[in-house]
Design a protein around this ligand. Structure first.
Ligand code: ARJ
Length: 426
């Protein structure tokens, strides 16, 4: 483990060159974020601001971090999941003087140590995926949360849900912008990103044939929908489990079979949880799984598969290939758990492709910029969770389309008038 005290701690700094190549590959596929870098790197709007981030250390995240740094920010970073850090990328950032504390396979204790290290710089802005940094600040450093921090942003659904609950209780000490809820984030990252990267993770960890398999997707929100769609495209028989009537109905009308997990447990070959809720697969389900069943999770936290329950009925666990552990049960059945029940798309693969992260991170950049600019003008948002303005979504989509060489039509003034004209009917 390489360490320069107070600056970085990564697995192996000699991986930096490999990491730089990966980051360059991502940069070439993230034109919206790169355009923002180009636009703001001369004026350096983040000069004097310190951003602490807690978000998966991937090649895409590195592009975001480098953009902040190029625009004047001092940045310190930790990963938001013990298994998602790409060690070469962490090394590349460390070699470019970014303060980073992340390595693949860190323990939960080390995970929180890393967050503490990023807080030592006394940040003015926070950037979260899953809200662990915000929670840590509120619990352990309330004076910083109250006085030094001007605002934060949150990347994912799970984090936004919890922060809204905190704000409702009046417990949130600074404003947070819900990047996740932008149309150019959740309608793309959560759907197409999760769809592709989750199947990528399952395939890297198992290399099984998906055609003809019964794939059970728990949860038909944006993420579950993406996984179901892509699994269907590869020829799987997709089964959806849900608790929300409208979501279950949507899955049914998309042509998926909908049933309870108790029923699905008996027939599934591969299980993917994408609910954001704990205890989706528990003891009574593990009791019913077929010999050879594969279980994994693509939700933010590792609580969707109750592995303590599985361990209770297990005789022996052995790793049979990277990110794939065989649980030999006392009754002789074998169950395969991928990536220890953590996000399979980031732990067993590389997360979403750069092209979708481009839009998510353009939203992150613009939201952080908004917080910094408001502060400069002596203004501050309320201590609540704020949505992204609709114009920001349209602007990001417009630039993305342009970089893809796609032109769209424009309403004529007469058409605009027609849309709101309530004097004419049939
Ligand atoms: C960084 C990623 C990547 C990637 O935006 C996605 C989200 O909401 C997450 C929940 O933790 C994961 C995050 N994500 C997916 N792919 N973050 N780099 N390549």
């Amino acid at each position: 483990m390489n360490e320069v005290k107070g600056l970085y701690k990564v697995r192996d700094i000699s991986l930096a060159d490999e990491g730089k190549k990966r980051i360059a590959w991502a940069e070439s596929r993230m034109p919206v974020l790169m355009a923002l870098k180009e636009k703001y790197s001369a004026s350096k709007p983040f000069k004097g601001y310190k951003i602490a981030g807690c978000l998966h250390v991937t090649k895409e995240t590195a592009v975001l971090v480098k953009t902040f740094a190029a625009c004047g920010a001092q940045v310190s970073w930790s990963g938001c999941n013990p298994l998602s850090t790409q060690d070469s990328v962490a090394a590349a950032l460390a070699s470019e003087d970014i303060s980073i504390f992340a390595w693949h396979g860190m323990s939960v204790k080390e995970f929180y140590w890393a967050i503490d290290e990023t807080i030592k710089m006394k940040p003015n802005l926070t950037l979260d995926d899953g809200a662990d940094l915000i929670f840590t600040l509120h619990k352990k450093y309330p004076e910083l949360a109250e006085s030094t921090i001007i605002g934060g942003t949150e990347e994912t659904t799970t984090g936004v849900h919890r922060l809204r609950a905190m704000a409702d209780d009046g417990a949130l000490k600074y404003p947070v912008i819900a990047v996740n809820d932008a149309e150019t984030k959740w309608d793309f990252d959560n759907v197409y990103g999760t769809g592709q990267s989750t199947l990528d993770g399952i395939l890297r960890a198992t290399s099984v044939l998906l055609a003809g398999k019964n794939i059970v997707v728990a949860g038909f929100g944006h993420c579950g929908k993406g996984v179901a769609m892509r699994a269907k495209g590869l020829g799987a028989n997709v089964i959806v489990t849900e608790v929300k009537p409208t979501a279950a109905l949507k899955a049914t009308l998309e042509g998926f079979r909908v049933m309870t997990m108790d029923e699905a447990a008996k027939v599934g070959d591969i299980f993917v949880t994408a609910t954001g809720v704990k205890d989706i697969v528990v003891d009574r389900h593990f009791e019913k799984l077929k010999d050879g069943a594969i279980v994994c999770n693509t939700g933010h936290y590792d609580c969707e598969l109750n592995l303590d329950h599985l361990k209770n009925i297990t005789k022996k666990v052995q790793e049979i290939r990277p990110n794939n552990e065989e649980y030999l049960l006392k009754d002789g059945r074998r169950i395969y758990v991928l990536a220890q029940g953590r996000l399979v798309n980031l732990a067993a693969a590389e997360g979403h492709p750069s092209e979708v992260m481009d839009m998510s991170f353009a939203n992150q950049f613009m939201s952080q910029l908004k917080l910094a600019e408001l502060y400069r003008k002596g203004k501050k948002l309320d201590n609540k969770v704020h949505d992204i303005p609709a114009e920001q979504d349209q602007e990001i989509a417009r630039v993305k389309l342009k970089t893809m060489g796609i032109k769209i039509d424009k309403l004529t003034p007469e058409q605009v008038k027609y849309q709101t004209d309530y004097s004419s009917g049939t």
